[in-house]
Write a protein that binds this ligand. Structure first.
Ligand code: CMX
Length: 158
């Protein structure tokens, strides 16, 4: 009886405490696509698929140049390495190409989501949110604990 009461109490704590609050994902914010050259890859997306490239940006700390295309609510982010030290260059050098990561838009804060997934045993790449392309607050989760999909959590700064 005592253990039943304890377990019920523990379940309620787990369910209702902020720490364990289930994060809310509103949509896929973007798909990151690794390319060796934006100039050479872009025509497929613009001239063949008819998507509009509305911005390009260099993200210095990630050593990438990005090009953004809009496809409904979801964006495509082409990622071109700007240095041999770029994680994107290293990934391409291993024979990979194409979809590199999936970015989810978090409604109630990347910091909260990081605490939650970390508590659930997910390996974090970023321990705290940082600034990414387009001024978003972002954090990456390690593909070894996300079913092999490099996962980015992001939010629009308010
Ligand atoms: N998707 C799935 N798995 C991936 C991956 C990816 N994009 N990149 C690496 N991996 C896997 C590798 O295959 C490797 O697996 P194995 O051990 O089975 O071979 C494992 O992860 C470790 O990879 P690694 O090649 O040894 O590379 P590193 O450990 O040096 O780095 C990672 C991997 C994911 C930690 C690193 O790429 C990272 O920190 N990424 C987050 C930041 C980022 O991607 N920035 C670029 C985009 C920036 C932006 O959008 O602005």
């Amino acid at each position: 009886m005592v253990s039943f009461i304890f377990c019920t109490f523990a379940r309620h704590i787990h369910k209702y405490s902020n720490f364990y609050k289930d994060m809310k994902i509103s949509h896929i914010e973007h798909l990151g696509i690794a390319v060796q050259s934006i100039e050479e890859s872009l025509p497929f997306f613009t001239d063949v698929l008819g998507l509009e490239c509305y911005a390009t940006e260099v993200v210095e700390d990630q050593k990438v140049k990005t090009a953004f295309l809009k496809c409904g609510e979801v964006k495509l982010e082409l990622l071109e390495p700007t240095s041999p030290e770029s994680t994107i260059q290293k990934w391409l050098d291993k024979g990979n190409k194409g979809v590199h990561h999936v970015a989810f838009c978090i409604e109630d804060g990347v910091a909260n989501a990081l605490a939650e997934v970390s508590e659930k045993g997910v390996r974090l790449i970023d321990q705290a949110p940082r600034k990414g392309a387009e001024g978003l607050n972002i954090a990456f989760l390690h593909p070894k604990s996300t079913a092999g999909v490099l996962t980015e959590l992001c939010e629009h700064p308010e």
